[in-house]
Design a binder for this molecule. Structure first.
Ligand SMILES: [Zn+2]
Length: 334
């Protein structure tokens, strides 16, 4: 255990050196932090009333049996989401978010929680902590009992650590199928995906991350990022002030879904209901994940073929990204 903690300490110091000193090819002088705006209203405190309102809306959306890709377009809120933590860079993400007075949602991996004691509580103070499975496995490759374990054990760990009931989850590699969806729904977990992809998990550097995220920044956007990547933390230095410049603010996903939920039509349309994807790619989002995308983009992958057929509409850009993620999984799994 002592050796493990020493290892964690040395990794943290290494990460600190990268963030403070910079990495080759990166900008070396981060902008000063954005001052707090003081615009947070009372509902953002995680009090009982606010939590109950958020829970009711999440239960309503759970009834659709479909993933959520974005919120509604009527407000000025977006939701930054960070997957795969807690980890070595979490401290830096939290620090930047706190300085900018922004909120986020953290989809955490159950088995990492014990390695970073106290981190979930810190994350909860800045938004919400939700379920990203116990070992970051592609659930489509598991029998139902193991799917249940992966989701339930993580939710229980989060609840034991924070006292908060877990209501949301996100599938690793975006891989899910009707069996996975049914089990998650039975556990009361709403599948939250995204409509604005930083592409940090497939190798985007900080400049590309900024470009990718800014292209999709609009009211209701759910932004996909990872808290275990130095390039992502670096990109936050630019992205957090960019929110302010666009008169947007980041809230937790539960708050976004409560204050400006997607309409039933948006939910039924899936990603196409968020509009953003088609606007960004310059073409309508009408390609089918289950057939033409996989073959037309040359993106065939065992994981994708076993995956969701619920992604009825997906732009070629998102399909290509999903294919890379699936291929990464195939490499890991074989
Ligand atoms: Zn992940």
């Amino acid at each position: 255990m002592r050796r493990h903690r020493l290892l964690a300490l040395s990794v943290t110091l290494a990460a600190l050196a990268i963030v403070v000193l910079g990495v080759p090819g990166c900008r070396s002088a981060p902008s000063p932090p954005t001052p707090a705006r003081g615009r947070r209203d009372a509902t953002e405190a995680v009090g009982r009333t606010a939590t109950a309102t958020w829970s009711a809306e999440i239960r309503r959306l759970l009834g659709f049996g479909l993933p959520i890709y974005c919120g509604g377009p009527r407000g000025n809120e977006v939701a930054f989401t960070f997957d795969d933590g807690p980890g070595v860079y979490t401290h830096f993400a939290l620090k930047k978010l706190a300085r900018a007075n922004e909120r986020a949602t953290f989809f955490v991996v159950g088995r990492s929680v014990d390695d970073w004691p106290g981190y979930l509580t810190r994350e909860l103070k800045l938004g919400a902590v939700e379920d990203h499975t116990y070992t970051h496995v592609a659930l489509i490759s598991l029998p139902p009992s193991q799917i249940t374990y992966q989701l339930r054990a993580t939710a229980q760990k989060i609840q034991a650590d924070t006292g908060e009931h877990v209501q949301l989850w996100r599938p690793p590699y975006e891989l899910h199928n009707p069996t996975v969806d049914r089990i998650a729904q039975q556990l009361g977990l709403l599948d939250v995906l995204w409509d604005d992809d930083s592409q940090d998990s497939i190798g985007a550097n900080y400049a590309q991350i900024i470009k990718n995220v800014e292209a999709g920044l609009r009211p209701g956007a759910i932004i996909e990022m990872h808290e275990n990547r130095g390039q992502t933390i670096r990109a936050l230095t630019t992205l957090l002030p960019a929110l302010q410049q666009r008169h947007l603010r980041s809230v937790s996903v539960p708050q976004l879904l409560a204050s400006d939920p997607p309409s039933p039509e948006q939910v039924r349309k899936g990603l196409a209901g968020c509009k953003n994807e088609g606007e960004v790619s310059g073409r309508p989002s009408t390609v089918s994940w289950s057939s033409s995308v996989v073959t037309s983009s040359g993106a065939s992958s065992p994981a994708m073929r076993r995956g969701s057929v619920r992604e009825r509409t997906m732009s070629s850009k998102r399909a290509a990204t999903a294919a890379v993620r699936a291929r990464i999984f195939d490499r890991v799994a074989t």
